[in-house]
Design a protein around this ligand. Sequence first.
Ligand SMILES: C[S@@+](CC[C@H](N)C(=O)[O-])C[C@H]1O[C@@H](n2cnc3c(N)ncnc32)[C@H](O)[C@@H]1O
Length: 271
Amino acid sequence: MLPVRLTGARETLLVTLYGRALDARAAHPVLGDTMAAEAVDAIDYDFGAAHVKPGVAASVVVRAKFLDNWVHEFLDAHPGEATVVHLGAGLDTRVWRIDPGPGVDWFDVDFPEVVEIRRALFPERPGYHAIGASVTDDGWLERIPTGRPTLVIAEGLSMYLTEEEGVTLLRRITDRFNGGTTIAFDAFNSLAIRAQKLNPAIRVSGATLHWSVDHPRDLIRAVPGLRLRDSIDALFAPGTEEMPRGSKIFASAFRPFPAVRHMSRYLRYER
Ligand SMILES: C[S@@+](CC[C@H](N)C(=O)[O-])C[C@H]1O[C@@H](n2cnc3c(N)ncnc32)[C@H](O)[C@@H]1O
């Protein structure tokens, strides 16, 4: 077994990994990420400590599947050479779920100690690169080639950054890549940030969430060159029909309340 000792934002990746593993072991998986289940079996960590309930595990896999579909859409639209940059990848096996063709270079970026665990758990594959860095560091972005259609995707990352870090990151991405760039990520609003202690990943890790995006169009003003393509409420996004009944009842009861409706959104911008 691989001993894994992470704290703060880094530890939260174990909760999302566990959510995908629980789904993979279910009778009728939504995502079916069997590599996640194998990774959980290989890691020495108290996965029970976060008390991940079925609704939380379902929200993790429904989000992953939704964002996987945006990756597929991007790669279908750019069938030749393309680049995918997956920020805050944690121990997500997205590159295997998507299984991109030979023209695609795929970069997973996360803290160096997280990338070290990835290397111990997962095999290499052609076109795949893991970069150990904070997304707020200088330098890692220069390792990504330019001049090809590029998708930058992040799942469960933006809220761990401060607003200044998030906006600076978006500006650096739009400065580096010209037209043909898509940037997709999930973002919390200020109510979700205020309610963060209800989130099991936060409770177990002691991490703090910071950045709220209440008005997705504000980022267009803050980041020159960005266009908003989609803003989709996660509570009602395609795929949420797979959520447990209790979660669906919660969602429909709170549908009239914008602050709850917009607690988590999938945002897709283009450059
Ligand atoms: C909730 S986990 C999500 C992990 C993965 N995307 C998933 O869905 O399983 C948050 C991830 O963001 C990473 N993270 C947080 N702040 C970061 C930063 N400044 N630079 C790189 N990664 C960061 C953490 O290490 C962790 O892997």
